[in-house]
Structures are given as structure tokens and as C-alpha cells.
Design a protein around this ligand. Structure first.
Ligand code: BF8
Length: 622
């Protein structure tokens, strides 16, 4: 079945047609083959948690209303959602653990290929966590910090996570009252699995509250740690120019794609590939040099710190291979479709997996190890270069589309653009020059038109003078659509346009990868504290227009837990329980101040988000 009209991004359609001519299937084709998808699964009404099942609840009430153990729709839906949160929090936090291990190695002087780059950020985090930095050298501070951060994962006892010191005091009070203060990251994730085992927690409220607790552990500690430590090791992002879309691949260069999530690998690959030695080697093999481009969030990591061009977001990983011009796609973990190996077999591309926890049958596995980072990166880059002569020249098609984007808006960079204080932003918000701030984040999902909702919501908001910030695959979508170019100010309302022109920033700000949603939390926390209010009082909202991953469920939940009105553009699998749906979209607001709002239509969603912002402004007397 041909897939047509499935993307709003330039260049995608021509590659889908090429795939069909080449006899290659993409996620869009496989989604069509999956139709109709299981309705029980879509509603969250299928339980496979024990072997008396699988059990399904009849949503119309004429069939079974209970599983074999007696769990009803509310319990099953809530349990399934809790397991999604657990998996998402695990993915982010295990990524953080990997960065923390490298950080510890650097602190102890064991890792020669990595270093402490942002020492100021190191000191500020140490001090926030109660580690004195006086008369200590940076490695000593880093060692003490590493020890505290290690404890975040599995420290015993009921003391709160130490990283919660970064959260606003008012938030902590709310979480204390709700009984959702997380104690240790692994513990909360483990408890999700325990609670959802047959015959443990059957109460949807109690299950969902633990979901909130687990998501807070992800957002304010796991993901937050990944961001902070990546900044300390590789530098805190500053505004940087780069190009976006598949047109960044180069016809006469060795093209390498870095795909996945952790900058520990991708930063090294970029460094090594750009070295003179490797550029020269590429010439020996007939290319003009080596060209590295990013994909998904690790692409965001190297985009915002090194200006590495970004080839696309989640649904474009197969398309990159289908160009026929990619010598190697080097991956770590998360959001890597096993299908890229199948696609690669139709061309010459080598898929190289690097993580002990993420093997893909058919890929070349070269285990990455921080101790030998440079040697291993060289070995990997060499494989790509040596593969250049195998490129099927008659089957190469690189779409010409690419566009300039400015990325790298860390909180520090935004503050610097503002002149070192939040005051100008607060004034612009107060006097209505800017109406509010919305964080748009999250994945691609072939169930909705690729990148259409991402860019539509952003455009609808900026034209209403709402500043848009965001991360993940949204930020790549926005970059590819030109929304991160200074020229995009022409799409902004008059107030936002004026502010962007004065500060020399685009109306949509790239804040990083998905773990960097933590930057949005820090920004909101700082704004709330500066105004003497709590996050739910701010004229702010969140949106995940095209989400699909379990990580996105955890992110959405910690946005809500942090007091943010959070839009989802793809319906989550909870509609089988009216009770659970009501808790998530209504009742939870009384507990933590934020709630979910589900609307697939991006224009309607933007209108509602805008109205919520205006309501919040009124309550502030603005
Ligand atoms: O961690 S936005 S598709 S790449 S899950 Fe994956 Fe989703 Fe992209 Fe970033 Ni986040």
C-alpha cells in the first residue's frame, strides 16, 4: 500500500516514493499493514501482567467487566499506564546513570578522553546540593558530587531525592502534601513494577499517584542529572547556527549518521570524524571528506553544542538510509527502529550498535567504552569510510531541502540573551508583549501526519505572541520548518516579534534533547520563584503533539506533576477507563496544579492552550 501525504516536511515524500520503488518498507507502510490495530490495546483494556490472562475488558459492558483476578477496567488501565511511566523514567534515568559513570570516571582521573568543561555549572550544582566548594579543586568537587548523584539511583531510606533541591519550594510543599516525594529513582521505578504485579495495588488513584512520584524522580533527578552532567562534561549550549533536514547529507562525502540519545558516544564520533586523520583517510577512499549528521536526540546533543547538522527526527531514520548516501548509522539506544537494519540491507549502509544493552540482529556490534573512547570511535569511523566505495551510485537520491536553524538555548543562554536577568522577560510577560510561554516536546508518531501538528501548534502560538520553547523531535521538526531561523519572526505576533528582534532570537527556541525537558522545568521554576508564585500560576503550558514513546508519558506526567497544563496530540491508551481519564484530565489538577488535555486537532489545541494562558494571566492580574 503506498503511503502518501503522510508528512509535512519537505523531502520526505520523495524518499517514501523512492522506498516504494526500491521495494523497501518504512514505518508508515508497516503501520498500514497493522490496520486495524487492537482496540483493547488502544483503550488500555488488555492485561498481560500474569499468566491467568491475557484478559480483556469489554468497553461496551456486554462482555466481561473483570479479568480473571477480578481487576476491572480502572485498575487495568491505571496499571498499564504506570508501567509506561516506569519504562520511560527508566530509559531517561539509565541514560543519566551512564553519563554519571563517565562523570565519576573523569572526577577520579580515570578517563583521559573526557574532561570537565563547564566548571562553573559543576560548582553551582554542587553548592545547590549542599556540597561546599571552598578551597577545593574541581576534581575534588566533582568526586563529591558524583557520590551524591550515584545515591540518587538507589539510596536507602525515605529521605527525598537530593536533586529536588533544584525544585521550587512551593512545589516541594505540594508534593509533600500529596505524598509523592520520590526517594530514589530506581526504587520508584521498581515500586511501579511491584505495584502492578498481580494482586498488589488495585486502586487507580494510588497507582496514578505513584506514577506522579516516579515521573518526578525522572524529571527533577534522572533527566535533570543527564542534562547537568552533559553540560558539565561537554559544555552548556549557547546559540549556534546549523542546518536541518536530509539535504545536509553530502553527495561526495562519507556520510555518517549518529542516532540515539547519549552524547558520550555521539560527541566522540563527531570529534574523531572531524579529525584531520579521518578526513584524510576519507580522501584516500575517493571522498572529499567525512560529514557527520545527527538524528533524533543525540543529534540534538551534538547540534546544540557543536553545530553538527541534523538530518531529521524519529520517522526519518529509515529515510536517511533510503537516500543510499549513508555509509554508517551509529547508534546507542532509544528510538532506534530495528527496521533500520532491514532497510540498510537494501543499500550499503552499515548499522553499528555500540551499547551492551541495545543489540539489533543484523547490525555490526562494536561495544563502546569510555576508557577507550577515541580508539573505538576511530574504529567505527574507519568502517564508515571504508564503506564509501560500496555506495550504490545509481540508487542515490539526497533531497535538496535543508534550512538554517539556531539551536542551543539552554537556560543559561536564554538568561544571557536577556542580559543576565529574568526581568526583561517578566516585564514583557506582565505588560502582555508576550502572552505566555509554551514548551512543545516529544516524538513523531506515524498515526498522525509527520511534523504537521508540531509546526502547526508552534505557528498558531507564536502568531498569538506566545514564546515557544522545546526539545526532542519537536525541535527538529521546528528547525526543518524554518521556525528556528531568525526569519521566523515574521510569523510571530507584533509583541513577540519585537522581543525576538531586540534579543536577536527566533520565536521558537531549541532547548535540547528530551532529557533537556529538565531545562524547561528549571526555566519555569526560576520564573515562578522570581514572581513569588508557583508554576501552575504561570501563563505557561506544555504540549506533546505527536508523542509515541513511553519516555514521553513520563515527561508528560512530570510536566503535570510540576503544575503544567499539558496537551497531548495523540490519545493515550487510557480511554477504557472513564475514571482514569477523568483523574488525568481533571482531578489531578486539585492535587498538583497541572493536568492533561487531549486534542488531536492542532489548531483547536493551540486555541485552548492560548485560552488557558489568558485565564492564568487574568488570575495574576495581568
Ligand atoms: O528522546 S522525542 S522519538 S528522539 S522519545 Fe525519541 Fe521521542 Fe524523538 Fe528523543 Ni524523545
Amino acid at each position: 500500500v503506498p503511503a502518501r501525504g503522510v508528512s509535512a516536511t519537505k523531502g520526505v515524500a520523495e524518499l517514501i516514493e523512492k522506498a516504494e520503488e526500491d521495494g523497501v518498507k518504512t514505518a508508515w507502510h508497516r503501520l498500514l499493514e497493522q490496520q486495524p490495530q487492537c482496540a483493547f490495546g488502544q483503550l488500555g483494556l488488555c492485561c498481560r501482567n500474569c499468566n491467568m490472562g491475557p484478559c480483556r475488558i469489554d468497553p461496551f459492558g456486554s462482555g466481561p467487566t473483570k479479568g480473571v483476578c477480578g481487576a476491572g477496567a480502572d485498575t487495568i488501565v491505571a496499571r498499564n499506564l504506570l508501567r509506561m511511566i516506569a519504562a520511560g523514567a527508566a530509559a531517561h534515568s539509565d541514560h543519566a546513570r551512564d553519563v554519571a559513570e563517565v562523570f565519576k570516571g573523569v572526577a577520579e582521573g580515570r578517563l583521559q578522553y573526557y574532561r570537565l568543561t563547564d566548571v562553573e555549572k559543576l560548582k553551582s550544582l554542587a553548592e545547590t546540593l549542599g556540597i561546599s566548594t571552598e578551597n577545593k579543586d574541581e576534581h575534588e568537587i566533582a568526586r563529591e558530587l558524583a557520590e551524591v548523584l550515584e545515591g540518587e539511583f538507589g539510596k536507602p531510606g525515605d529521605e527525598p531525592l537530593r536533586m529536588l533541591a533544584l525544585a521550587p519550594k512551593k512545589r516541594i510543599k505540594v508534593w509533600e502534601k500529596a505524598g509523592v516525594i520520590p526517594r530514589a529513582i530506581d526504587r520508584e521505578i521498581c515500586e511501579c513494577m511491584h505495584r502492578t504485579h498481580i494482586g498488589v495495588d488495585a486502586d487507580p488513584v494510588s497507582l496514578l499517584l505513584h506514577g506522579i512520584r516516579t515521573s518526578i524522580a525522572d524529571g527533577w533527578s534522572g533527566s535533570m542529572m543527564a542534562t547537568y552532567l552533559s553540560d558539565i562534561l561537554f559544555g552548556t549550549p549557547k546559540p549556534i547556527k546549523a542546518e536541518a533536514n536530509l539535504g545536509v547529507l553530502k553527495e561526495d562525502y562519507v556520510n555518517i549518521i549518529v542516532h540515539g540519545h547519549n552524547p558520550i558516544l555521539s560527541t566522540k564520533i563527531v570529534e574523531v570524524a572531524m579529525s584531520e586523520e579521518m578526513q584524510e583517510l576519507a580522501k584516500k577512499y575517493g571522498a572529499k571528506g567525512v560529514n557527520v549528521a545527527g538524528m533524533c536526540c543525540t543529534g540534538n546533543e551534538v547540534l546544540m553544542r557543536l553545530g553538527v547538522p541534523i538530518a531529521g527526527n524519529f520517522l526519518m531514520q529509515e529515510l536517511a538510509v533510503i537516500t543510499g548516501a549513508v555509509e554508517a548509522i551509529i547508534v546507542d539506544y532509544q528510538c532506534i527502529m530495528p527496521a533500520i537494519v532491514d532497510v540498510a540491507q537494501c543499500y550499503h549502509t552499515k548499522v553499528i550498535t555500540t551499547e551492551p544493552k541495545a543489540h539489533i540482529p543484523g547490525a555490526i556490534h562494536i561495544e563502546f567504552n569510555a576508557e577507550k573512547a577515541d580508539e573505538i570511535a576511530k574504529e567505527i569511523v574507519r568502517i564508515a569510510i571504508e564503506n564509501y566505495p560500496n555506495r550504490p551510485r545509481d540508487r542515490v537520491h539526497i533531497p535538496k531541502h535543508k534550512i538554517e536553524a539556531i539551536a542551543g538555548f539552554s537556560v543559561e543562554a536564554i538568561l544571557e540573551a536577556l542580559g543576565g536577568t529574568l526581568e526583561p522577560l517578566i516585564n514583557a510577560l506582565r505588560d502582555g508583549t508576550i502572552k505566555g510561554i509554551v514548551g512543545i516536546v516529544g516524538c513523531n508518531n506515524p498515526k498522525v501526519r509527520h511534523n504537521h501538528s508540531h509546526v502547526t501548534i508552534a505557528k498558531e502560538l507564536i502568531k498569538r505572541d506566545v514564546l515557544v520553547v522545546g526539545t526532542g523531535c519537536w525541535s527538529i521538526a521546528a528547525a526543518m520548518d524554518g521556525l528556528m531561523s531568525p526569519k521566523a519572526v515574521d510569523l510571530a505576533g507584533p509583541g513577540l516579534k519585537k522581543v525576538c528582534e531586540t534579543l536577536n532570537i527566533p520565536p521558537c527556541l531549541h532547548m535540547g534533547s528530551c532529557v533537556d525537558c529538565s531545562r524547561i522545568l528549571i526555566a519555569l521554576g526560576a520564573l515562578a520563584e522570581a514572581l513569588g508564585v508557583d508554576i501552575p500560576d504561570l501563563p505557561a503550558a506544555g504540549s506533546a503533539p505527536e508523542w509515541m514513546s513511553e519516555k514521553a508519558v513520563s515527561i508528560g506526567t512530570y510536566f503535570v506533576a510540576s503544575g503544567v497544563f499539558t496537551h497531548l496530540g495523540v490519545v493515550p491508551p487510557v480511554m477504557g477507563s472513564q475514571k482514569v481519564a477523568k483523574i488525568l484530565t481533571e482531578d489531578v489538577e486539585d492535587i498538583v496544579g497541572g493536568k492533561f488535555y487531549v486534542e488531536p486537532d492542532p489548531v483547536k489545541a493551540a486555541e485552548t492552550i492560548y485560552n488557558v494562558i489568558i485565564e492564568k494571566r487574568k488570575k495574576l492580574g495581568w
